[in-house]
Design a protein around this ligand. Structure first.
Ligand code: NAD
Ligand code: UGA
Length: 469
């Protein structure tokens, strides 16, 4: 029986291992984490992350062949295959601060594997890491091996939050990189056999280690680039009277471009796009490729521009001042169907509005008040570093309210900003909302989910991304 252990019970480790346990009932899968709260959550009725379909998968195998534990050393020691799925945030200080990946958590996991291992192991990089990380890990393990042999594989994860279970059940591809030695290829086969239980063979790609590591960074960079491209075009649409939805539809009909991932928005968020592109930029700089670094940096530049453009639009439309005006923010998560707020554009938009002295009232169906306050008080890049989890600002002084429904947020507000594309925001009673707002009542749709004409008929002044005003 293959014993699997995964270090890191986060958004990737939890769902990925739950699906492996479901599809491989003859394997024991243990997910370990140093965070007691996270593990207690995974062992409870209310899982620590919100992900459609996940409860069902966990319930089917937890206690059967899926376990969650803080006994990191025991389960790593017993495993044949150890996945490492710890956070790899952006460095906040020292060499490469603000760009390079912080591999502190990765390295401490690797050293712990070396400390507790008494039998040979396959160590799988699940976290997104800089190219050549496998070489560093090999060194740490080899120099502390005490006779234990290790094979390192790169098996980056491509799931998206909100659709994680669906993505894991039917991935576009699974990527496994390994050494081109007989031992390396044997390790690749072990992992390939795990996925082959439910993923068609032609969707399992095997490559060398560096191609696998780089493919993950490149895939995220390409995806984010598409959003920045359509967002750049949205600014031109607003200036010219073109409609970005029509433009995106027209270009997406070209089969070489394709229709997906072309929704203009207030900006992309999430824990990975920005961090992984910064990581790519830093690697390019380190290899003496400043032109390549500049090219990718601009994907983030446009994203920052899009967020500040949105705030400027709100303020300038409301007669150049929002001081003392209540602005309702609908949606705080970085996308729908998740409670995750890491790098959500809502943080920048709320800060921008607060900077102009607005009174902000926020509603999100999956984000708690505590989370909102913590996010608004945190320094950039600190969110993924546990030692910084204490708020640094004075959140109590901020004129921010967090409400339990959209109408409460909008009562007496001068404007509504839609920042997350939750389904429920499409179906709100905007007539009712108009009646309880100050006049003129503004709607700023950062996700293009409402029909501007219908809202204008109600009486709203409407701004939507990349749409004629
Ligand atoms: P996360 O912060 O949700 O989870 C990481 C977990 O690792 C935390 O619970 C933390 O306590 C734990 N951890 C850190 N150091 C540890 C150690 N030494 N021993 C045991 N546990 C430790 O992060 P995540 O979103 O799951 O992302 C993990 C990795 O996967 C990152 O590299 C990320 O870039 C990548 N990734 C994330 C996604 C996503 O959708 N979130 C998708 C693909 C890839
Ligand atoms: C993304 C990738 O899609 C995954 O393949 C990858 O595994 C993951 O990053 C990762 O490495 O962490 P995720 O960030 O969970 O997944 O969600 P996405 O659906 O990619 O959305 C990211 C952001 O882009 C969201 O803020 C979303 O609203 C925004 N977006 C997405 C747009 O603004 N327009 C679009 O057309 C698509």
């Amino acid at each position: 029986m293959v014993k699997i252990c995964c270090i890191g019970a986060g958004y990737v480790g939890g769902p990925t291992m739950a699906v492996i346990a479901l599809k491989c009932p003859d394997m024991e899968v243990v997910v370990v984490d140093i965070s007691e709260a996270r593990i207690a959550g995974w062992n409870s009725e209310r899982l620590p992350i919100y992900e459609p379909g996940l409860d069902d998968v966990v319930k089917q195998c937890r206690g059967r062949n899926l376990f969650f534990s803080t006994d990191v050393e025991r389960y790593v020691g017993e495993a044949d295959v150890v996945f490492v799925s710890v956070n790899t945030p952006t460095k906040t200080r020292g060499l490469g601060a603000g760009k390079a990946a912080d591999l502190t958590y990765w390295e401490s996991a690797a050293r712990m594997i070396a400390d507790v291992s008494r039998s040979d192991k396959i160590v799988v990089e699940k976290s997104t890491v800089p190219v050549k990380t496998a070489e560093a890990i090999e060194k740490i393990l080899a120099h502390n091996s005490r006779g234990v042999r290790y094979q390192i594989l790169s098996n980056p994860e491509f799931l998206a939050e909100g659709t994680a279970v669906r993505d894991l059940f039917a991935p576009d591809r699974v990527l496994i990189g390994g050494r081109e030695t007989p031992e390396g290829q044997a390790a690749v086969k072990v992992l390939k056999d795990v996925y082959a239980r439910w993923v068609p063979e032609d969707r399992i790609i095997t490559t060398n280690l560096w191609s696998a590591e780089l493919s993950k960074l490149a895939a995220n960079a390409f995806l984010a680039q598409r959003i920045s491209s359509v967002n750049a075009i949205s600014a031109l649409c607003e200036a010219t009277g073109a409609d970005v939805t029509e433009v995106a539809y027209s270009i997406g009909k070209d089969s070489r471009i394709g229709p997906r991932f072309l929704s203009a928005s207030v900006g992309f968020g999430g824990s990975c796009f920005q961090k992984d592109i910064l990581n790519l930029v830093y690697i390019c700089e380190c290899y003496g490729l400043p032109e390549v670094a500049d090219y990718w940096r601009q994907v983030i530049g446009i994203n920052d521009y899009q967020k500040s453009r949105f705030v400027n639009r709100v303020v300038s439309s409301m007669f150049n001042t929002v001081a003392g005006k209540k602005v309702a923010v609908l949606g705080f998560a970085f996308k729908k169907d998740t409670g995750d707020t890491r790098e959500t554009p809502a943080i920048d938009v709320c800060r921008g509005l607060l900077g102009d002295k607005a009174v902000v009232s926020i509603y999100d169906p999956q984000v708690t008040e505590e989370q909102v306050r913590r996010d608004l008080a945190m320094n950039k890049f600190d969110w993924d570093h546990p030692r910084h989890l204490q708020p640094v600002g004075e959140p109590a002084d901020q004129p921010v309210a967090v409400t339990s429904d959209a109408y409460e947020a909008a009562r007496d507000a001068h404007a509504v900003c839609i920042l997350t594309e939750w389904e429920e925001f499409r179906n709100l009673d905007y007539g009712r909302m108009y009646d309880i707002m100050q006049k003129p009542a503004f709607v700023f749709d950062g996700r293009n989910i409402v029909d501007p004409e219908k809202l204008r008929d109600i009486g709203f002044i409407v701004y939507a991304i990349g749409k004629p005003l």
